[in-house]
Design a protein. Sequence first.
Length: 58
Amino acid sequence: MHDRLLRFSQVQEMVPFSRAKIYNLIKQKQFPRQVKVGGSSLWKMDEIIEYINNLQNK
């Protein structure tokens, strides 16, 4: 079930950062990179969950 792909709005519900902050973190290699599917940018749910878990463990 965690192999789902998420749209940006779904990622933002899980990690309430601004669009600019998320893309800045991606550029700094501190946030999971999006996957291009057709013309869409999607994120792997398991990578987002792992990111959140790592934040909670700091």
